[in-house]
Design a protein. Structure first.
Length: 216
């Protein structure tokens, strides 16, 4: 199930004015609400939701103000309605197609991960320097030369980038030119792209370095 281009554009317009840190916290609230839905909880106060999410209640109310008037004085938020609204804003109302570029060890591991679909995302194609025949139960790997055409044909807006740092900038520019608007960057390179392309960097070495401070 894939979202129509119109809905993708609508979601992008809704969330474009929300600060990046707020978007991150909205994702956190969405996961907390998912647990509440599973427990069949009907209403939640801002104080209770903030406590579960690990933020101040005033911060939570400021964040949810971007979602429109949803809370009710004295009763709080309807859990299902708030969850559905956050899914709409974050583009989670239906599966979003994603491509993966760079099928080394990390790329292979991500291709094998089954949790993306549960979170509303589907890796629909994988690319590397050389095409590879599909293994049982996995996507085939396409050559980079076919990437631009597939992205434009299927109107894909998101990519996971797992290429070496030396190749990352060049490949990222190709992605942006093809129409990709958001990149999850696992390469060690800092990408320089137009402001219209959102980039989230996942640098495992930096994360471990930060943790080492607290582990000393």
């Amino acid at each position: 199930m894939s979202k129509s281009p119109g809905k993708l554009e609508k979601s992008a317009r809704i969330s474009s004015d929300i600060p990046k840190k707020t978007v991150y916290r909205l994702s956190l609230y969405l996961r907390c609400l998912g647990l509440m839905v599973a427990k069949r909880e009907s209403f939640v106060s801002s104080t209770a939701l903030a406590s579960v999410a690990g933020v101040q209640s005033a911060q939570l109310r400021r964040d949810l103000a971007y979602c429109g008037p949803l809370g009710k004085r004295g009763t709080g938020y309807e859990v299902v309605i708030l969850r559905n609204r956050l899914e709409e804003i974050l583009g989670r109302a239906s599966l979003q197609p994603v491509i993966l570029v760079g099928v080394g060890n990390l790329g292979q591991a991500l291709l094998s991960y089954k949790g993306f679909a549960r979170e509303g995302f589907e890796i629909v194609a994988a690319f590397d320097l050389k095409a590879q025949k599909p293994k049982e139960g996995r996507l085939g790997v396409r050559g980079l030369g076919s990437m631009r055409g597939l992205v434009r044909r299927r109107e894909i807006r998101m990519s996971i980038l797992c290429v070496p740092g030396s190749a990352a900038q060049n490949v990222a520019e190709q992605l942006a030119e093809a129409g990709i608007q958001a990149i999850l960057n696992f390469s060690p390179a800092l990408l320089h792209l137009p402001e219209t392309v959102a980039v989230n960097n996942v640098n495992l070495a930096i994360e471990l370095e930060n943790l080492s401070y607290f582990a000393r």
